[in-house]
Design a protein. Structure first.
Length: 267
């Protein structure tokens, strides 16, 4: 069964019931339910039921309006099935808005991606938006791994390692980070000094500089280097790309690098 996300249901609702995009058109709006309307309303219910529950991120009044809107739609469908005629009435308790609008508006506020409940918390990071972004990526990595999507797991895990190490280095005085980079250039671990703008560094520089002041252990650095090499299998050139593959081994190694980095950065 295809994965259904809130934006897909919103798109369906807007296509089937165009009036649902405009609040003033939906206020005090009731409409009759015939075979066509019943089909559209039934599809909305079916699609909503297929949305993963963790993506329904609503609270308070908006959640109540969403649930009440669904209940009103179900009631209208039932009456049509039983009596051959029905109508979908506006909701006086929710600003006199039609239930279809209430459902569409609520789903518009829901994300298409959200970390699964078991995803690591990353409490050592203070930036809440970054936490949610990384947790969503880590959740996606685990899903991709369970689905046998080796390339997606390998590449995305490498990017998470990169983001975590960038964050870790940004927590230290810039002069200390640059001093560590200079030492690595002197001993030929780095070919050149990557410069003062950490966001322009590559994964190799992040790994080696993070290992120099022991932000990460040598074990973690070794695992991260493997993740870097495996991610580099995804070469932009056609001939090289076609000759390179990711497999379960590269996926597991890249995910292990994520876990090792998180372990080392957790106080």
């Amino acid at each position: 069964m295809p994965r259904v996300v809130p934006s897909q249901v919103v798109e369906f609702i807007e296509g089937f019931f165009p009036f649902s995009t405009t609040e003033h058109e939906c206020r005090n709006l009731s409409f009759g339910v015939g075979p066509k309307e019943a089909a559209g309303l039934t599809a909305i219910i079916d699609l909503v039921q297929q949305i993963p529950h963790q993506l329904i991120v609503l609270e308070g009044h908006q959640y109540a309006s969403f649930i009440t809107g669904l209940a009103a739609v179900r009631t209208a469908i039932f009456r049509w099935q039983e009596q051959g005629r029905s109508s979908l009435e506006y909701m006086s308790a929710f600003d006199d808005l039609n239930p279809v609008y209430l459902i569409r508006t609520a789903l518009s506020a829901c994300p298409d991606e959200y970390p699964s409940p078991g995803t690591v918390a990353l409490d050592f990071i203070s930036d809440q938006e970054l936490i949610e972004s990384l947790r969503t990526d880590i959740s996606t990595i685990n899903t991709a791994l369970s689905n046998g999507e080796w390339k997606a797991t390998t590449v995305l895990a490498g990017s998470v390692v990169e983001a975590l190490l960038l964050w870790a280095l940004q927590q230290h005085p810039p002069e200390n980070v640059l001093d560590a980079a200079g030492i690595l250039v002197a001993i030929n671990t780095l070919r050149r000094n990557p410069g003062g703008n950490l966001e322009t560094w590559d994964l190799h520089s992040y790994i080696e500089v993070a290992a120099e002041p022991d932000l990460i252990s040598e074990e973690t650095a070794t695992q991260a280097r493997l993740a870097k090499d495996f991610r580099n299998l995804i070469h932009p050139g056609r001939e090289l790309r076609l000759g390179q593959t990711c497999d379960r081994g590269t996926a597991l190694a890249a995910l292990a690098a994520v876990e090792f980095v998180i372990r080392d950065l957790t106080p």
